[in-house]
Design a protein around this ligand. Structure first.
Ligand code: HEM
Length: 425
């Protein structure tokens, strides 16, 4: 384990994989240094087997600067090279080319169609499913007295919800789950043992997921229902229907964006409440009143998505720093969400924090998280169920963290509770 220390700005190398193996404390200290001493700095990219090393990127660490890049989709493109540190290779486009890596007007058109699955009425139907799913998930483990919070609970809820929304049957849940793990966990040896195989592994997992959606779409074409897949088949952009491939890549986006994020918010939330028992008591004592602020604080605290990237489309400046056309700009949500200029005592976990202008769901702008309302609801329902049924649930071991500069993931979190559900502590 690399010891925690306050690093000099020149020694902080955000592009190096080793940085992302450091402890959370160590990383937060490094970002605090950058916010204070060098809020916008240039970094080398990692060497990626098969792709080489890209040209490097500007790092935005302050909340205000993240907001500026996020708001201005014309000047800061999501389409040029994608939204991660390393450019998305062209051969990824077919599977991973959905709206998150498009600019307006194409992005806006697709978002409008897809939003039809996220209207308040559609979501109301989904919400009933969320509550039922949370009960079933706890039913499955309540008598055991112990569980792995991530795989037995936190991962199950978003998985069921996304699959139900799309119309994917329960028999395919595990298949979908394993493939989203590979796509976002490919830099972790647990999911892809040989780093040189990461790209082929991501492509294969993406292809397999897309095929699930394409097969279902072919079926729904003949027998439509009220699921999102049927809505996507019917939808038209400027008189044109979505192609089979567009439906496939949207499904890949939705499963990855909806699963890997919400599950980590719930897992980090359980860990944070276990580390701060007074906050847990505060929330349990008055669940419904505290829930809205507690959920926002969990998303801020966890920051499940560590960064997204943009590419400048013209020469510009951010906070006085010249950025040239074609240069990459990374918005570090993990840092913006700890910015002392915006958050009072940012290192304090406070379930009643108000205001809480976090950027956990992205900054304001065209790509703000489409699933934010759904995610908030899933987190609320899961904690209500956990508090009600497993009130003495306790974390009994260290979390196994995902090795990634993109997803703040927990792979496993051992927990114990009184079998059958105990009394609250
Ligand atoms: C706690 C849970 C979640 C977090 C932290 C999260 C985070 C984010 C972030 C940071 C973005 C911004 C991307 C950008 O600016 O480039 C985003 C976009 C998106 N999210 Fe989420 N998300 C969550 C849950 C969900 C869920 C449940 C769904 C769907 C069911 C979803 C679907 C999407 C989609 C489709 C986009 C792309 C929107 C666009 O490009 O217009 N997310 N999310």
């Amino acid at each position: 384990m690399i010891p925690a220390a306050t690093p000099a700005p020149d020694d902080i190398r955000l592009g190096e994989p080793e940085f992302w193996l450091r402890s959370r404390v160590d990383r937060e200290r490094a970002f605090a240094t950058l916010r204070r001493e060098r809020p916008i700095s240039f970094h080398q990219e990692p060497e990626v087997p098969g792709l080489g090393r890209g040209p490097g990127f500007w790092s935005l660490t302050r909340h205000a600067d993240v907001l500026e890049a996020s708001r201005n989709g014309q000047l800061f493109s999501s389409a040029r090279g994608g939204v991660n540190m390393v450019d998305q290779p062209d051969f990824f486009a077919e599977l991973f080319g959905s709206m998150i890596v498009m600019d307006d007007p194409r992005h806006a058109r697709l978002r409008r169609i897809v939003s039809s699955g996220f209207t308040p009425t559609q979501l109301r139907n989904v919400m009933t499913g969320v509550e039922r799913a949370a009960v079933e998930i706890v039913d499955a483990i309540v008598d055991r007295g112990r569980c792995d919070l991530v795989n037995d609970i936190a991962a199950m809820l978003p998985l069921k919800i996304i699959c139900d929304m799309m119309g994917i049957p329960a028999s395919e849940y595990r298949y979908v789950f394993d493939r989203t793990n590979v796509i976002l966990g490919a830099t972790d040896p647990e999911y892809v043992a040989d780093l040189t195989q990461a790209i082929p592994a991501i492509l294969q997992a993406g292809q397999e997921l897309a095929t699930v959606a394409e097969d279902l779409a072919a079926f729904r074409e003949k027998q439509p229902t009220d699921d999102l897949t049927s809505a996507l088949i019917r939808a038209e952009i400027d008189g044109e229907r979505l192609t089979k491939q567009e439906i496939g890549s949207f499904f890949v986006l939705l499963t990855v964006a909806g699963n890997e994020t919400t599950r980590n918010a719930i897992s980090h939330g359980v860990k944070a409440l276990s580390d701060h028992p007074e906050q847990r008591r505060r929330w349990m004592d008055d669940f419904e009143t505290v829930a809205p602020t507690a959920v926002e604080e969990i998303v801020r605290w966890a920051t499940p998505v560590i960064h997204f990237r943009r590419t400048a489309t013209a020469d510009t400046t951010i906070a006085g720093q010249p950025i040239r056309a074609g240069e990459k700009v990374i918005m570090w949500y993990c840092s913006a969400n700890r910015d002392e200029a915006v958050f009072d005592a940012p290192a304090r976990f406070d379930v009643t924090r108000t205001p809480n202008d976090h950027v956990g769901f992205g900054g304001p702008g065209p790509h703000f998280c489409l699933g934010a309302q759904l995610a908030r609801r899933e987190i609320t329902v899961m904690f209500r169920e956990l508090f009600r049924r497993l009130p003495d649930l306790e974390v009994v071991g260290e979390p196994a963290y995902l090795a990634s500069n993109f997803i703040n993931g927990i792979k496993r979190l051992p927990c114990e509770f009184t079998p059958g559900g105990g009394r609250r502590t």
